[in-house]
Ligand binder design. Structure first.
Ligand code: FE2
Length: 380
């Protein structure tokens, strides 16, 4: 048990029923892991640290482990159509399968979730090699997405059994340009209309999360479309999962577009924290990462809206970075375009100066920018 008394304002003591240390890794199923690894390395600045595949006696799939700061991405591709994830690839395209959580005790986490009604994907499993024992178990969440509980306290290898350190000859040293990304700030799920509250309750019941904040269709609407969102987080506040659902509007919501092309609920975006968004975005832009653009007029009222900020407004405007302020401070954020041809998964780059918000003041400008992209795709 993890007794936290610093997670919520006031003196209330929160007891996390599942001892989550943080997000361990995000596991993607992709059509061509070798090429995706190249993209995340050369565009986003990740270091490719480990590989699993035919050469490491992994017969059914190929995998790459990528790391930047405390962020770990695992990219997996089935090697044959008989692989169980091959069907998911046909249905969803490239996307996130698993938001894996590092826990103190895998069996205890899994058993707790099952007694609260979670659906099991994999019971507690011990994978062993000459580097030790890697423990994990998995439960179902929205759509075909899962949460694995992971513990590698007794494992000393590079990632998990089957993975070997990447062959240094594979990548030329000095060719990777780290972008300064530090950790995962939040992971957002899109669910069907009318399902958001069910999933909020699911996280409350199964993992003991609490609801941090809620946005209704008045907060998140443009002339054409709307969505609703609620954010749940664990007791320490280290794990934050916003959940979106579409709301009725004149045109098709970006959430409907996602659900249509992903073939159901799934992870919409992953927000990556940087201590220096200007350097990070400069570097990502230089690597050809495509970002959403808000109109230049957004910056005309910026200073009167957010007050004085440490960053140079001209530079912020040049790079297309958005700013929002609340009682606790301010935050800077920018969103990439989808990272595959289906308009599904994208990334957010975020820097926080005290603010724990999600950029409510930017929603309108942002969603209008998304709608312009939707109009180009003929999906608005
Ligand atoms: Fe976000």
């Amino acid at each position: 048990m993890n007794f936290n008394n610093d997670s919520i304002a006031g003196s209330q003591t929160i007891i996390d029923p599942v001892d989550i240390r943080g997000i361990d890794h995000v596991r993607f199923i992709v059509g061509n892991a070798r090429q995706s690894a190249y993209f995340y390395r050369n565009a986003f600045g990740f270091d490719v640290v480990a590989y699993a595949g035919l050469e490491t006696k992994m017969r059914e799939e190929a995998g790459y482990v990528l790391r930047q700061g405390d962020i770990t991405f695992v990219l997996i591709s089935p090697l044959r159509s008989s692989h169980p994830d091959y069907a998911r690839l046909l249905k969803h395209g490239d996307g996130v399968k698993d938001v894996a959580l590092e826990v103190e005790n895998v069996s205890a986490a899994y058993e707790h979730c099952l007694t609260q009604g979670a659906i099991s994907i994999t019971p507690p499993t011990y994978l062993e090699d000459d580097q030790g024992v890697y423990e994990f178990a998995s439960i179902q969440t929205y759509g075909d997405t899962i949460h694995s509980f992971v513990n590698r306290d007794r494992y000393h290898g590079i990632f998990s059994p089957g993975f070997k350190p990447i062959d240094p000859a594979r990548y030329q040293t000095g060719t990777r340009k780290p972008a300064g990304l530090q950790e995962i700030d939040h992971v957002v799920g899109n669910v069907e209309e009318g399902k958001m509250n069910e999933w909020v309750q699911y996280y409350q019941k199964i993992l003991g999360f609490s609801q941090l904040v809620s946005f209704d269709d008045q907060d998140i609407s443009t002339e054409y479309s709307a969505l609703m969102s609620k954010v749940v987080q664990n007791g320490t506040g280290r794990v934050k999962f916003p959940i979106n659902e579409p709301a009725k509007g004149k045109r098709k919501s970006q959430i409907d577009e996602y659900l249509d092309f992903y073939g159901g609920p799934g992870v919409q975006h992953i927000a990556l924290l940087t201590p220096d968004i200007i350097t990070t975005v400069r570097s990502l832009r230089a690597n050809d990462v495509s970002f959403l653009r808000v109109p230049k007029t957004y910056y005309d009222q910026l200073e009167s809206r957010v007050g004085t900020i440490a960053e140079d407004i001209k530079t912020i405007a040049e790079l297309g970075i958005l700013v929002d302020r609340d009682e606790e401070g301010y935050m800077l954020q920018i969103f990439t375009k989808p990272v595959q041809d289906r308009p599904t998964l994208f990334f957010e780059i975020i820097q926080r100066h005290g603010s724990k918000s999600f950029g409510k003041g930017n929603f309108k400008a942002l969603f209008e920018a998304i709608e312009r992209e939707q109009a180009l795709r003929g999906t608005l």
